[in-house]
Design a protein around this ligand. Structure first.
Ligand SMILES: [Cu+2]
Length: 172
């Protein structure tokens, strides 16, 4: 992170929400704004994943969801087109939204846009990677392997840690 301090300070001056710029790795739980700021100054051409976790699921529970922040550090747009995991029979990209009756529903989407130098935030109440047909319980602290699939990049395997209902996210 040290080499990006100069760039971050520039961004902090430019960005309205630039007061928080630290987004490194697992310990931090950056806000969407902070993650976007850090992504704007990211170097290289890669995808940078942060704040990745999977919701813990008890015995007999059929579904769970993976949440993460995806920074597209490259200069070109890409799309998250899918994901795979041995933890579930089926893995789908989902978008949660409110229907006409004001009820939260979720539905599959073909892809999630990854704009250059921007972060896409998959979080409770919004987009998520849905695990359908869990092959077993996922306990808090468990590690789950998930492979992210992109339109313009090689698949990217990541490891996400399980959090209980009360540890992660803020509802829904
Ligand atoms: Cu879902």
């Amino acid at each position: 992170m040290i080499r990006s301090i100069a760039a971050l300070s520039v961004i902090a001056m430019l960005a309205a929400c630039g007061q928080k710029t630290e987004t490194s790795s697992a310990a931090a739980t950056p806000t969407a704004e902070a993650a976007a700021d850090a992504c704007a100054s990211a170097t290289g051409d890669g995808i940078v994943i942060s704040d990745a976790w999977v919701r813990a699921a008890g015995e007999g529970q059929a579904t769970s969801a993976v949440y993460l922040t995806i920074c597209n550090a490259g200069a070109d747009a890409d799309t998250l087109v899918g994901a795979a995991s041995d933890a579930a029979e089926t893995v789908e990209l989902h978008q949660t939204s409110k229907n006409a009756d004001g009820v939260m529903t979720m539905s599959p989407v073909d892809g999630l846009a990854l704009d250059p130098k921007k972060s896409a935030v998959l979080a409770p109440g919004g987009s998520h990677i849905m695990l359908i047909g869990l092959k077993g319980p996922i306990n808090p602290g468990d590690k789950v392997e998930v492979t992210l699939e992109f339109a313009n990049r090689a698949p990217m395997p990541i490891t996400v840690e399980a959090r209980g209902m009360h540890d992660g996210g803020h509802g829904h």
